[in-house]
Design a protein around this ligand. Structure first.
Ligand code: GLA
Length: 684
């Protein structure tokens, strides 16, 4: 057999062996049957001046075999050339749906290209398993998880990616690349704020046409490149970044790459987003059925000034408006009066809590609220007791100065003693206090990565980060974990598989936040999107928007409140209580429904219920709006011949009207966002 097809929910992926058995290539990827006919990817031109492999849609190739067109693998025996060639070594059984082996007889490198269709989704997961069957140490300079070919045409590719910086994460950008390369990467030891490890590819000539995407399951340093190949196809390479140096593989040893998920949709970027949402839901599993509680987080209200009395005042106000979970952010532990101390010493500052921390937690819970805590396990302050006792636990290069970022250092989590310290510290906190929620933060990248004798520091750190999250899941299954890294710097599929939601950005200013959330929802599902209502004007956004606008924005994911409720008057608290109650009515649809990203609106559909959130972003220029004049939001993919009734107003619309005339919104200056819930009632 020289041709194989892996079938996903509504798509298929077909690969074939090159007749000489030198490499595997993609035949077709799309709706079932797309493989019946000449391959749209086959190299029809002449491979002039380059090798045949350089012009072929190869699935995975070492440099040597593919010397010019971008290799997925750069490996060689230590001190030797890092060029290798291999031949097909058979299909084998094992984890996944398809496993095809290649062997380089000269070095003894054996690579198994692995494929797994993810149940009920249009996601195909790929990874590579290496074994050193030779007698010399091999060194990997590059080891991508996959090469991914997309049948773009002569106009090249339209590439969509999510970029930014701290407080500006998930900015959606598009570039049309007729030739050349786009390269995204992080050397930070976390996925980073600059790029999400995610990319979407379309034919530049067909921006509304099919879309293909890649998303990495790796929480450390990474790289994704997209090359426009001589034939016009786009070839994406995605994988972890061996950093700072090459990865060795000793004779007899094995090494696997992280997984990369591939998705495709004939319904453009919106369809692709829904494929990613279905995958996030699969990764969340049964935990999707747990209602994500409305939280209050005290960070913006009190920052480091955490005192029992003022926290309780906030908790009482929060409980009064229907909040279900109270999270004390940074500042609750010894030595944490500001950002120069405390990290590493995870003991509550008892003197801040009259009657002790345990009594404080009890009082919060007596209000009917769950209790949650912020932690930053991998961080250490130079002023801490932990650092005084274990200065050798941080990343450092002997004789070189250590860089401080946010006044802190980073623990070398790949060490077993550091892992064990963090495991027992977190376990101890969760055992001693009734904590239902952890916000796991990480506020500085890895610098001075050194440890005598250690080779793969990034890989070891990531492995123990995952192991700690896995430990929390199995030993404290009722605890919800929010992933955070100075905002959204740790948004990758491996983190998502082990946590319950993600803090996408510290920026909660409503207009900026809408853009951040729009980008987030292209790549990830709403049940993961943590979002707070904060004060206005606030830390990030001096432009006033109504309370309703800020609530509707946060309702697009998992609603939280981060405002200083002690300064809210009764009218504002009353309005907030109504909006929290409204959110509780719609949250199941928001978290599990089919999402359509519309212009200044999001539509969620679950069964017969349609929830539409819409925002009026303009008209802060003083120009009067005429009350009663309607803005229209055309909805998508409803049944044109069904009838839909607005649950609140009773207004009735045909599906065709909603699709083609649009759902009317009556914006006035005091009414700049709204939630509409429609029920499909009957066929007209
Ligand atoms: C990071 C997080 C914030 C907050 C602070 C606390 O910046 O992203 O949400 O928790 O740390 O120090």
């Amino acid at each position: 057999m020289t041709r194989w097809t892996v079938r996903m929910a509504t798509t298929s992926y077909t690969v074939a062996l090159e007749p000489g058995g030198r490499w595997l290539e993609l035949v077709a990827w799309g709706p079932p049957g797309v493989e019946d006919g000449p391959s749209p990817l086959a190299n029809t031109g002449r491979a002039h001046f380059i090798t045949e492999a350089d012009a072929a849609p190869v699935e995975y190739a070492p440099r040597g075999l593919r010397p010019f067109g971008g290799a997925d693998l750069i490996v060689g025996a230590a001190g030797e050339a890092r060029e290798s060639w291999w031949r097909f070594d058979g299909e084998e059984s094992g984890p996944g749906d398809l496993r095809l082996a290649f062997l380089d007889e000269m070095t003894g490198l054996r690579a198994v290209l692995c494929y797994r269709a993810e149940p009920g989704t249009d996601v195909l997961v790929r990874w590579v398993e290496f074994a050193n069957t030779g007698s010399a140490t091999l060194e990997f300079e590059r080891l991508d998880s996959a090469g991914v070919c997309v049948p773009t045409g002569q106009s090249g590719a339209r590439l969509t990616y999510l970029t930014g910086q701290w407080a500006q994460e998930f900015q959606r950008r598009e570039v049309c690349l007729p030739a050349g390369r786009l390269e995204l990467e992080s050397r930070l030891g976390v996925p980073g704020h600059a790029y999400v490890p995610w990319l979407a590819v379309q034919d530049a000539a067909d921006p509304d046409g099919p879309a293909w995407g890649v998303s990495l399951a790796w929480s450390g340093s990474w790289r994704i490149d997209a090359d426009i190949e001589p034939s016009g196809i786009t070839r994406v390479r995605a994988g972890r970044l061996p950093h700072p140096g090459p990865l060795p593989l000793e004779p007899g040893e094995r090494l696997s790459t992280p997984e990369v998920a591939l998705a495709s949709s004939v319904d453009g970027l919106g369809g692709l987003a829904r494929v990613w949402h279905s995958y996030d839901r699969l990764l969340t599993g049964d935990r999707l059925r747990r209602p994500r509680k409305v939280l209050y987080n005290s960070w913006e209200a009190t920052e480091f000034a955490v005192k029992g009395a003022s926290q309780l005042e906030l908790a009482r106000a929060a409980a009064g408006i229907g909040v279900e979970l109270f999270v004390v952010d940074d500042g609750w532990f010894v030595g944490r009066d500001d950002d120069t101390g405390g990290l590493g010493d995870w003991t509550p500052e008892q003197s801040s809590f009259e009657g002790g921390f345990g009594a404080f937690v009890g009082e919060v819970r007596a209000l009917g609220l769950d209790f949650g805590l912020w932690v930053e396990p991998e961080a250490v302050s130079p002023k801490s007791r932990l650092y005084a006792e274990h200065p050798d636990w941080v990343y450092r290069i002997d004789g070189r100065p250590s860089t401080l970022i946010r006044n802190q250092l980073l623990l070398d989590l790949g060490r077993e003693d550091v892992y064990e310290f963090l495991r027992s510290t977190l376990d101890g906190l969760l055992t001693e206090y009734p904590i239902s929620y952890l916000k796991w933060d990480m506020n500085r990248p890895a610098t001075e990565r050194g440890r005598p004798g250690a080779v793969d520091l990034d890989g070891a750190h990531v492995a123990n980060y995952h192991r700690l999250l896995d430990f929390l899941r199995s030993n404290h299954p009722d605890v919800t974990v929010e992933a955070c890294s100075g905002g959204g710097a740790r948004t990758d599929l491996a983190t998502i598989a082990r946590t319950d939601l993600v803090w996408p950005s510290d920026n909660t200013g409503p207009l900026d936040r809408l853009g951040i959330q729009e980008g987030f929802l292209l790549a990830h599902a709403p049940h993961l999107l943590s979002s707070w209502v904060t004060d206005s004007p606030g830390v990030f956004d001096p432009r006033p928007r109504s309370l309703r606008f800020r609530f509707v924005t946060a309702m697009a994911g998992v609603l939280g409140i981060g405002a200083d409720l002690s300064r809210w008057d009764a009218a504002r608290l009353g309005e907030a209580a109504e909006l929290v109650a409204l959110y509780k009515e719609i949250r199941d649809v928001v978290h599990t429904g089919d999402v359509r990203l519309l212009a200044d609106a999001v539509q969620y559909v679950s069964g017969d219920t349609v929830v539409v959130l819409a925002w009026n972003k303009g008209n802060l220029d003083g120009a009067p709006l005429v009350p009663g004049r309607s803005a229209r939001v055309p909805l998508r993919d409803l049944d044109p011949s069904s009838s839909y009734v607005d649950r609140t107003s009773g207004a009735r619309y045909s599906g065709a009207h909603l699709l083609h005339a649009g759902l009317p919104f009556d914006w006035t200056l005091t009414f700049d966002a709204d939630v509409v819930v429609l029920e499909r009632v009957a066929v007209l």
